[in-house]
Design a protein around this ligand. Structure first.
Ligand code: PBG
Length: 305
């Protein structure tokens, strides 16, 4: 009766890995129970999630063809574009968020264009805007840029507005640390950088004032929701961001957090169900309105009972 924080299925966003083709449901080694899905299989998965009270999904595309510019990311028949159209046709009441980034689509695995061995921030912005626009044209309600290039929120906002998509929202990965917890995701999306690392564009885990600066910039550029990522190592950051701005704050319980909890649960070292609910509640208590989690269906089922 006097609990200060509540966790509801409606607070959860379910991330899905989408591949091209049909009939594909391929388990990810480092994320047991999580699958790469073709669009038709995603329809079934979302039907299951929807029946548990989950209202939103976040789609990541894994293309068959990767190139230096990540051009599959804005293809009209790309994995995400096809899935968005199919999902909305079968589940018109689901809220569809799409990841906007290049790393899943580039052959070098970096989130931006590579010029002379370094990441070219400004030339990348047009490609991100192009990708976001193609997601909006497919019907996405919200785009979520995770690339961490400077200035991309404003550029995407301008591109969407100019094309009549002023009602498509932007959730920026405003505070995304250069974290080792993304390891399993990179296996899932086959997106590990082939050289170097992401420390040039993702944030140093030693910094928290910098996080507030990143958030203020993204809000000024038009972000509707700001995300902090990863979640459990950054609960202090979630709270500081919550105090800093008025827009909703999101937290991403990332692949490494998922893998740790699942592995310990499978071994009988932790009570997985209890840890899942506690970890998600902690993100909510810290100040997150919504939480992206691969545990969304499990958590929703647990919350029902
Ligand atoms: C793409 C992206 C990543 C994640 C979300 N978007 C990987 C990365 O930055 O290497 C990680 C999500 C997860 O670990 O679950 N830039």
């Amino acid at each position: 009766m006097v609990e200060e924080t509540q966790l509801l299925a409606a607070n959860l966003v379910y991330p899905l890995f989408i591949v091209e083709g049909t009939g594909i449901r391929q388990e990810i080694d480092s994320m047991p129970g999580v699958f790469r899905l073709s669009a038709d299989q995603a329809v079934a998965e979302v039907g299951m999630a929807r029946s548990l009270g989950i209202r939103a999904v976040l789609l990541f595309g894994i293309p068959n063809r990767k190139d230096p510019e990540g051009s599959s990311s804005w293809a009209e028949d790309g994995a995400v574009q096809v899935a968005v159209r199919m999902l909305l046709e079968k589940h018109p009441d689901i809220y569809v968020i799409t990841d906007v980034c290049l790393c899943e689509y580039t052959d070098h695995g970096h989130c931006g264009l590579v010029e002379d061995g370094t990441i070219a921030n400004d030339p990348t912005l047009d490609l991100l805007a192009r990708q976001a626009l193609s997601h909006a044209r497919a019907g996405a309600h919200m785009v979520a840029p995770s690339d961490m290039m400077d200035g991309r929120v404003g550029r995407i906002r301008d591109a969407l507005d100019a094309d009549g998509f002023s009602d498509v929202s932007i959730m920026s990965y405003a505070v995304k640390y250069a974290s080792a917890f993304y390891g399993p995701f990179r296996e899932a999306a086959r997106s590990a950088p082939v050289f170097g690392d992401r420390r040039g564009y993702q944030m140093n885990p030693a910094n928290s004032r910098e996080a507030l600066r990143e958030v203020r910039l993204d809000v000024a550029e038009g972000a509707d929701v700001v995300m902090v990522k990863p979640a459990m190592p950054c609960l202090d950051i979630i709270t500081r961001v919550r105090d800093e701005v008025d827009v909703p704050v999101a937290a991403y319980q990332v692949s490494g957090e998922f893998a740790m909890i699942r592995a310990a649960g499978k071994n009988g070292w932790l009570n997985e169900d209890a840890v899942v609910l506690e970890s998600l509640l902690a993100a909510r208590r810290a100040g997150a309105s919504l939480v992206m989690t691969y545990f969304a269906p499990l958590a929703a089922r647990l919350l029902e009972t």
